[in-house]
Design a protein around this ligand. Structure first.
Ligand SMILES: Cc1cc2nc3c(=O)[nH]c(=O)nc-3n(C[C@H](O)[C@H](O)[C@H](O)COP(=O)(O)OP(=O)(O)OC[C@H]3O[C@@H](n4cnc5c(N)ncnc54)[C@H](O)[C@@H]3O)c2cc1C
Length: 307
């Protein structure tokens, strides 16, 4: 189960003493230039955003691109706005920006709750939404958040763009459907009335990756849950989601018993592995407990005050 980043995390101290292999460097100032550079340098080139995942992988030679294409000047991808009934988040939005965005927070408090427990201020000031999703680390918090929110991502290439549901974006640990001459440009989240969301994470110490983390979203109409999303990080849930738990919630009135049944399903259907963060049973227990907490808070946020 260990992919490059868990290994990097395990051996972090030694890795910090290493240096990446020599690499060419290009700095793009527009999307057009990014696509031209990707075309010119081919599959041995990689875009670099915050660099907080790519550079550690390069240090231990798990990633060895010949050319880095720096996209930090792409201010055209640094926005959070409402458009077409959706919250639209550009790929170059930094973790810190999303954490403190009043617009994102107004609709979805899950963003601020998740971002507050991602790494530390240094990583959050630099790491990006696009980099997080494209890194596709199984413990990536934002992947669980966007799975819970049933987001759509926009992938762009030189001559066309396509939208992909988040449930089809990740093809496995560290892999996505983004092609060699494409980049992720935007994430879209449908704006929902009467919805609530929340994020829960247990980590060994402040700023660490999750032992387990759960994001939840519910929409309630006429006293019934009409839409539910549950995203899981660090427990090898397929596509970071818990469809069995989501299904049992939809169509029922919210209750403690219903939440407990959904939380049990989430714990049973994920696939955690034993590692330095704990044994399998402990991680399943965490998923159940964190799902319960995240769902309860989401439900209370979705219900009108006093209900
Ligand atoms: C000490 C430390 C602790 C951390 N803790 C956590 C944590 O608790 N939770 C968590 O979720 N994350 C954590 N992270 C990861 C952090 O969130 C990174 O910011 C994130 O993984 C990658 O974002 P980035 O912008 O730095 O991407 P980069 O490192 O620049 O890129 C990562 C990958 O994505 C690709 N890429 C980047 N942008 C795009 C794009 N727009 N389109 C296509 N491909 C793209 C790159 O080519 C590369 O393959 C931690 C990182 C560090 C260093």
């Amino acid at each position: 189960m260990f992919g490059p980043a868990p290994l990097a995390r395990t051996w972090g101290v030694k890795l910090n003493m290493q240096v990446p292999a020599p690499v060419e460097y290009e700095r793009a100032t527009s999307l057009t230039e990014v696509f031209d550079l990707l075309e010119r340098y081919g599959p041995e080139s990689r875009v670099i955003a915050g660099g907080h995942s790519l550079l550690p992988m390069m240090k231990i030679r798990l990633a060895r691109p010949e050319v880095l294409i720096d996209i930090n000047d792409l201010t055209e991808l640094d926005y959070i706005r409402i458009d077409g009934g959706e919250l639209r988040i550009g790929a170059m939005v930094r973790h810190a920006t999303l954490m403190s965005s009043p617009l994102a927070g107004e609709y979805y408090p899950i963003f601020a709750e998740a971002e507050a427990v991602i790494a530390d201020p240094i990583v959050r000031n630099r790491g990006t939404v696009g980099g997080s999703l494209c890194q596709a680390d199984p413990a990536e918090d934002l992947s669980a958040v966007f799975a819970a929110l049933k987001a759509t991502v926009v992938i762009s290439g030189k001559s066309s763009s396509r939208t992909v549901p988040i449930s089809e974006f990740h093809t496995g640990p560290y892999t996505t459907v983004v092609g060699p001459e494409e980049i992720l440009t935007e994430v879209r989240v449908h704006l929902r009335a009467n919805a609530g969301s929340a994020y829960e994470k247990v980590e060994r110490r402040l700023g660490d990756w999750a032992i387990a983390a759960v994001g939840a979203m519910v929409r309630i109409e006429g006293g019934l849950i009409v839409e539910a999303g549950i995203g899981l990080a660090a427990v090898r849930a397929e596509h970071y989601s818990a469809p069995e738990a989501e299904q049992i919630l939809v169509g029922s009135a919210p209750s403690d018993e219903l939440v407990e049944r959904a939380a049990s399903l989430a714990g049973e259907h994920c696939n955690p592995s034993a590692d330095q963060r704990g044994p399998v049973d402990y991680k399943r227990h965490l998923v159940k407990e964190l799902t319960t907490r995240a769902l309860k808070r989401s439900i209370s946020r979705a219900l009108p005050e006093g209900a």
